[in-house]
Ligand binder design. Structure first.
Ligand code: COA
Length: 144
């Protein structure tokens, strides 16, 4: 197995196992190719959505995203929201998750966010702490 790289998502990832990896996070039915490609085109380069993957040997083995939110507080500052981080089961424990997080966090900093935040279950806290995130407050959710 070769070295992994973290890069922006591209349309070819549809055939490289992207949805199979996402299904390890939560229900992620494989949408129609055209739907995926249209969405990707919409978010590409808009500055607010940063969808990234981890690729190794032509396969997607991880993915995650950064969503940048414009605020009114903090002089109309920006906050980065890290979302939907997952690494393929067969590829865990090799530093891919951390590299992905670092890339997304670095992007948040680069585009001018004053912080990056994320929600996770308690047992994932040690992983995020290894990536320099700190526990702050509680998550609240209203499910529809
Ligand atoms: C959480 C997840 C993304 C970690 O990915 P990974 O590629 O295995 O993580 P890494 O190999 O980059 O680990 C980085 C560090 O965190 C540690 N770590 C990883 N998962 C951990 C866990 N569950 N508990 C404690 N430490 C953990 C590693 O030991 C490593 O430590 P080191 O730098 O001292 O060696 C992966 O396990 C996963 O996809 N889990 C299922 C989906 C999920 O829970 N996603 C997060 C939703 S919030």
């Amino acid at each position: 197995m070769g070295a992994f790289k973290v890069r922006y998502m591209e349309s070819g990832d549809y055939d490289r196992g992207l949805f199979e990896v996402l299904q390890q996070l939560t229900a992620s039915p494989k949408v129609e190719r055209q739907v995926f490609e249209k969405l990707l085109e919409e978010v590409k380069g808009d500055g607010y959505y940063h969808w990234m993957v981890v690729e190794v040997d032509g396969l997607v083995v991880g993915c995650g995203s950064l969503v940048v939110e414009r605020k009114l507080i903090h002089s109309c500052g920006l906050v980065g929201h890290v979302e939907d981080i997952v690494v393929d089961e067969s590829f865990r424990g090799k530093g891919a998750g951390k590299a992905l997080l670092e890339k997304l966090s670095g992007k948040a900093k680069e585009v001018g966010c004053y912080k990056a935040t994320l929600d996770c279950q308690d047992d994932r806290v040690p992983f995020y702490e290894k990536c320099n995130y700190k526990r702050r407050g509680a998550q609240m959710a209203l499910y529809f």
